[in-house]
Write a protein that binds this ligand. Sequence first.
Ligand code: SAM
Length: 211
Amino acid sequence: MSRWAQLDRGDADDAAAGYRRRFERLAEAGVHVHGEADRCATLTPPGSRVLDAGCGTGRVAIELDRRGYQVVGVDLDAGMLAQARALAPHLSWVQADLATFDAAALDQAGLQVSGFDLVVAAGNVVPLAAAGTEARVVARLAAALRPGGRLIAGFGLDAAHLPLPQAPFGLAEYDAWCAAAGLELAERSATWDGEPFAGGGYAVSVHRRWG
Ligand SMILES: C[S@@+](CC[C@H](N)C(=O)[O-])C[C@H]1O[C@@H](n2cnc3c(N)ncnc32)[C@H](O)[C@@H]1O
C-alpha cells in the first residue's frame, strides 16, 4: 500500500474533495498555485506530451492542458482521480500504480501519447509511494519518457516538508535510482521557482533520459 494511502486522512473521498478545495481557496485568495506548471513550461513548449505522475486531483495536468499541452494524469487513488475527472472530464485520467505503470499500454488503449517529453511528479509523489517501490517507480517513469525527455520531481527531504515522520530517502538514493533507470541529473533547485538548492529540506530535481 502506498504511504499516501496509509496517511490518516479520514474518509478518502472527503479527503480528496478537501485537497481540491484547499487549492481552490488559495487561488481564490489570490495565491499563485501554478508554480509547478510554470516550471514545466520552462522545460518543454506547449503541444508537448506531459505525463502528470501521481496527478491527484489533476492540479498540474489541468493547468498544463489549459496552456496547450497534451496531458495524461495517472494516480492510484480513486477518490483523487474522481475529483480530477469531475474537474476536467475531457482529459485522460488513468488509475494505475506507478511502480508497475506501462506507458506503452496508453498507446494500445488508443491514446497515442507514450514517449512523453516530460514527466512531472509534483507534491511528494515518490516519497508517498509504497515503501520499497521507489526505485521501480523511478524506472517506470523513466521508461515513459522519449530519449532526451525529462523527469521533474519535487519532494521533501525532512519531516517539515513531508506528511511523514521522517524522509524515507535522500537525494543520493534518488539520484542513484535515476542513474540506474538511464536518467542523468540536469538541474536541481530548492523550489519550483528555481531558487538554487543549498542543502535545504525540499528539492526539485530535473533528470534527463539519455538513451
Ligand atoms: C500529495 S498528492 C499530490 C497530487 C498532485 N501531484 C499535486 O501536486 O497536487 C500525492 C499523490 O501521489 C499518489 N501516489 C503515491 N504513490 C503512488 C503510486 N505508487 N502510484 C500512483 N500514484 C501514487 C497519491 O495517490 C496521491 O494522489
